[in-house]
Write a protein that binds this ligand. Structure first.
Ligand SMILES: *Cc1c(COP(=O)(O)O)cnc(C)c1O
Length: 454
């Protein structure tokens, strides 16, 4: 698609729609001078260059990439109106789009009933899940693995509930024996399992944890902020296919968080929270004297903790889903390419004499470290930091990675030949979330080998 053409169309649509309400004059206080604007914009765009090329497969670092052009057009067209999805009074069209997009997300996970909405981020979406969890299990704590996103501990603090980090196994997934021991104390009301940990993309054993829910009467919340869309690859034939069991089990869990601003091709901020039981809407009850006057229907603000939210975010997601729906043949194809990229790079690393694979990728995150002599954690730490820096500062052939700090016991459990002379080391981490990475993996690998050799 031609982005410039459609950006023009978005502006033209707005002019056309606005003109239907008749002429009025813009206030002089808001007028800006073209020449001054040109100067400001020149400075602005110069400053924006201080950025990393998230769009390019050379960027193989964090979970960052630009939104799909369809999302950009949808966002712009709606933003020119600037609806607020707090209430139907703030933007009926985008509120309806939000409902439909959220319904598609719920269907993607196999929920047959749901109550849900978009949020500004995964953090806020998880906060909502834990807030409802607290209301349903007052006085009880929340368990999450030590590999869970750091905001779970923080939000437990915000909510005044006890957070219980649970140790992980060698794979980096919650150890269910340790969880069960904790559940026996009766202090936990909710268990958070992560479908795709942020550091390594590990999918925790959701299907096995479900038995514990029945036994101990706890809620299960799934944090799939990063990994959620990978459910589209569950049970798929071919190298990108994922084991079905944990993904199918999500449909039976009590709540799910997924971030369309990570793998759903959206700009920030677009997170989502889904509850399986729609009656949890009762915990959000509040009275707002300013809003909720155009309709008796439920307003999105009546079922969310946030007040104002960008209707444009819902518009962008809705429009994107018209073209790339959250199905195997839609968005699933883009995720499959990233998954294949991660697996083929992992294979190349395993054969390399200059690099070592830290852990087999479960989704699209590759973790690796330079081979050093001697094989001590301090040397690996130094070499990883050197490669990160050398890669991103090289002007001719740059490559952008990220580092991840791993504790010594975890590193040596996985790689017994390493000597733990310090208590942990940085290794290298690449999230291959652009489908374009698939065709670029060979180059990326050769470049990394060069940097590791240097
Ligand atoms: C990214 C992430 C979050 C936080 O989401 P934000 O949208 O960055 O606030 C929470 N949990 C997991 C597993 C994540 O990957």
């Amino acid at each position: 698609m031609d982005l410039r053409f459609w950006l023009d169309e978005a502006v033209a649509f707005n002019d056309d729609w606005a003109s239907g309400f008749g002429p009025f004059s813009r206030h002089p206080s808001l007028r800006v001078d073209e020449a001054r604007f040109a100067t400001a914009f020149a400075t602005f765009s110069e400053r924006l260059k201080d950025n990393y090329p998230f769009f390019h497969p050379r960027y193989a670092g964090q979970m960052l990439k630009p939104p799909h052009p369809v999302a950009v057009v949808g966002y712009l067209a709606a933003m020119l109106i600037n609806p607020n999805n707090h209430a139907l009074d703030g933007g009926p069209a985008t509120a309806q789009m939000e409902r439909e997009a959220v319904e598609q997300l719920a269907a993607m996970f196999g929920y047959d009933t749901h109550l849900g909405h978009l949020t500004t981020s995964g953090t806020i979406a998880n906060l909502e899940a834990l807030f409802v969890a607290r209301e349903l299990h007052p006085g009880k704590g929340v368990a999450y693995s030590t590999e869970a996103h750091y905001t779970h501990g923080r939000m437990c603090g915000v909510l005044g509930v006890e957070g219980h980090p649970v140790r992980v196994d060698d794979r980096g997934a919650m150890d269910l024996d340790a969880l069960e021991q904790l559940l026996r104390t009766g202090r936990v009301g909710t268990v958070v399992l992560t479908a795709g940990t942020t550091a390594l993309g590990v999918v925790e054993p959701i299907h096995e944890a479900l038995a514990l829910r029945e036994r101990y009467g706890v809620r299960i919340h799934i944090d799939a902020a990063y990994g959620g869309f990978f459910t589209l690859l569950a049970g798929v034939d071919g190298p990108e296919g994922l084991p079905e069991a944990p993904w199918r089990a999500i449909a039976q869990c009590d709540s799910i968080v997924v971030d369309p601003h990570k793998h759903g091709l959206q700009p920030y901020g677009c997170g989502a929270i889904l509850f399986r039981d729609p009656s949890v809407g009762r915990f959000y009850l509040h009275d707002s004297p300013y809003t909720y006057f155009t309709s008796e229907e439920l307003h999105l603000g009546e079922i969310s903790l946030e007040c104002s939210r960008a209707g444009a975010a819902a518009a962008a997601l809705w429009l994107t889903f018209q073209l790339l729906p959250p199905t195997r043949d839609g968005l699933g194809q883009a995720l499959a390419a990233g998954r294949r990229a991660a697996m083929s790079w992992a294979e190349l690393i395993e054969e390399s004499e200059y690099l070592e694979l830290y852990q087999t990728p479960e989704l699209d995150i590759v973790s690796y470290f330079p081979s050093t002599d001697p094989r001590t954690l301090s040397r690996i730490d130094e070499a990883s930091a050197r490669i990160l820096h050398a890669g991103m500062t090289d002007t001719k052939d740059p490559v952008f990675l990220s580092t991840l700090r791993i504790r010594a016991d975890r590193l040596t459990a996985r790689h017994p030949k390493l000597t733990a002379d310090i208590d942990g080391a940085r290794i290298l981490r690449s999230v291959l979330m652009k489908p374009e990475s698939e065709d670029y993996v060979d180059r990326l690998h050769r470049r990394l080998e060069q940097l590791a050799r240097a």
